[in-house]
Ligand binder design. Structure first.
Ligand SMILES: Cc1cc2nc3c(=O)[nH]c(=O)nc-3n(C[C@H](O)[C@H](O)[C@H](O)COP(=O)(O)O)c2cc1C
Length: 302
């Protein structure tokens, strides 16, 4: 997720029980233009067990070229092709969810990506653009040799609207396909899981449910919450790693990432609103921000 699933966040998600993680969306074109910031985002840390670098683009040659280039510099566990993003910028660029409108292009893209790498290849799709064409797109993805299909079962026009996630669609696609199908959408608690019982859905991808609780993966697997000490340990590590990894980009990026996550971690705490306002209204330097995070969240940072 853009500006969220950074190296620091992925690290704490793994420690919180995630089996695999996806990077932020990486523009294939920007990789081909050697954009420094994009390349920095595309290089996963050597100790990440199963991280997929998520590529977006609309041209098969760019996508294949970007995969080859990233693999040459620092190979990740696998690659993912984004065919689900509904944001205006991506639709205008004819990538993301827009690709659902052009199945022939989906075929060319997956074929080019497949030829570019022997590593695990995942493709993330939606239900469709304006109408459901997920069955056709999923079949193409499998026929062209992808290893994994991730489905966010909402139309592009449904964006992230509550009540529109079509769980039965993920179950149906999983029954139709031979490759593993992962469901993505609206899973936040163990109570959400029984609906997949007896289905062939091979796994669950968690997005918003991990904001401010990277331990959600263990909670979903075991049904138990980690102790407050363990939570504080992970929050501390998360913030220290943001300083370590994101400082390669800029201090502004570090500050934004710290603030965004601090707001999520503070949810439900007494005084959270005043804390949130203080983070965004004060013109603090990084040092001031770190001290405020320590004070409010009861942690100790480097
Ligand atoms: C802020 C935000 C950023 C996202 N960025 C991406 C992205 O870069 N790539 C992607 O495949 N999906 C992205 N998504 C979609 C999620 O991966 C996921 O499919 C969707 O939010 C539904 O799952 P959830 O209910 O678990 O969040 C994003 C979602 C949100 C809310």
């Amino acid at each position: 997720m853009a500006e969220i699933s950074t190296a620091a966040f992925r690290k704490v998600c793994y420690l919180g029980g995630a089996d695999a993680c996806y990077t932020e969306m990486i523009s294939a074109k920007a990789v081909m233009f050697n954009n420094k910031k994009t390349l920095a985002m595309a290089l996963v840390e050597p100790d990440e067990p199963k991280t997929f670098v998520q590529i977006f683009g609309s041209e098969p040659d760019d996508i294949a070229g970007a995969i080859r280039k990233i693999e040459e510099i620092r190979p990740p566990y696998g690659f993912d092709l984004n065919m689900g993003c509904p944001m205006k910028k991506d639709i205008k660029g004819r990538n993301g969810a827009f690709l659902h409108t052009d199945p022939a292009k989906v075929r060319r893209i997956v074929r080019a990506a497949r030829a570019a790498t022997k590593r695990p290849l995942s493709v993330k799709i939606r239900k469709g653009y304006i109408k459901d064409n997920s069955t056709e797109i999923a079949a193409i993805v499998e026929e062209e040799g992808a290893d994994l299909l991730v489905v966010h079962p909402r139309l592009k026009s449904e964006m992230f609207l509550p009540g529109t996630c079509d769980f039965d669609l993920s179950i149906r696609l999983a029954a139709e396909r031979r490759i593993p199908v992962i469901h993505s959408g609206d899973i936040v608690a163990t109570a959400d899981l029984p609906r997949f019982a007896g289905s062939r859905v091979a796994g669950i991808m968690i997005g918003r449910g991990a904001f401010g609780q990277p331990w959600v993966f263990d909670v979903l697997k075991t049904g138990t919450e980690p102790s407050p000490e363990r939570k504080r340990e992970l929050i501390t590590l998360h913030f220290n790693l943001i300083g370590l990894y994101s400082s390669r980009l800029s201090e502004k990026v570090v500050m934004n990432e710290l603030k965004r996550n601090a707001v999520w971690y503070s949810r439900g705490m007494t005084g959270a609103t005043a804390f949130r306002n203080a983070l965004y209204q004060n013109r603090w330097k990084l040092e001031d921000l770190l001290r405020e995070l320590e004070r409010f969240l009861g942690i100790s940072l480097i």
